[in-house]
Design a binder for this molecule. Structure first.
Ligand SMILES: *[C@@H]1O[C@H](CO)[C@@H](O)[C@H](O)[C@H]1NC(C)=O
Ligand SMILES: *[C@@H]1O[C@H](CO)[C@@H](O)[C@H](O)[C@H]1NC(C)=O
Length: 212
């Protein structure tokens, strides 16, 4: 009896864990069709070509002339149709000297960073507020468990390059400073909910284009 229940459970788990891949090999995103809650519609397989599975934008350095001195180029399902639904994605980050990937999280996606050039201090903060911090050099990889705040800083005196992979084809992104200071959330409520200084909040809102 127990063996039978176990077998049923095992078969059910297999069925539930295999995605649409069980019925079709892939679901290349059709950007011309409306996007539903489940994501992109699948392009008609008859119209799919190898070029849907190839993406070249990550071969080009990102523009680092910005506040964070970092250029980030993504190959997510919103740009790269062939990886839609496959649960993986890649990005490159070019960090000029002093460049930073600001504190942020991805909903439901773990991340692995691979350092190609330069020296990068990277870290994440667990939900019990413990800090995991390391200075990484060429060839090192570091993993950021899903949902946790993390960041990278180029601490070297040369530009840095890293490639980043995700366990999702559309890793939701929330950046801490833009979430707090780049919108119309009232300064008074930010002060009361974060204990930050009002003048500093106003300074950051002005810098990032926030109001109120
Ligand atoms: C797909 O291919 C068919 C047949 O070649 C063509 O009629 C149709 O317009 C194509 N659809 C798209 C979305 O390209
Ligand atoms: C990089 O971005 C800056 C600021 O937006 C812009 O002025 C500059 O032309 C860009 N450089 C390249 C090579 O695209």
């Amino acid at each position: 009896m127990m063996r039978t229940s176990f077998l049923i459970f095992f078969v059910l788990s297999l069925i539930l864990s295999s995605s649409y891949a069980a019925v079709q090999d892939f679901c290349v995103a059709d950007y011309t069709a409306p996007q539903g809650p489940a994501g992109y519609s699948c392009k008609n397989p008859a119209n799919v070509t190898v070029d849907d599975f190839v993406y070249s934008a990550l071969g080009v350095p990102g523009n680092t002339s910005n506040m964070i001195k970092t250029g980030i180029t993504t190959a997510f399902s919103s740009q790269f149709p062939g990886l839609n639904g496959l649960g993986v994605a890649l990005a490159r980050a070019d960090l000029a000297v002093g460049g930073v990937v600001p504190m942020h999280t991805h909903h439901g996606a773990s991340e692995i960073v691979l350092i190609i050039e330069g020296t990068i201090t990277a870290g994440f903060i667990s939900s019990d507020n413990k800090v995991y911090l390391k200075t990484l050099k060429k060839g090192d990889i570091m993993v950021f468990p899903q949902g946790l705040l993390h960041f990278q800083v180029n601490v070297g005196d040369t530009p840095a390059l890293e490639f980043v992979s995700f366990s999702s084809d559309s890793p939701g992104l929330q950046i801490l400073h833009t979430a707090l200071f780049q919108n119309n959330l009232p300064t008074d409520l930010i002060t009361r909910s974060t204990f930050l200084d009002t003048a500093e909040i106003k300074r950051l809102k002005a810098l990032l284009g926030g109001t109120n």
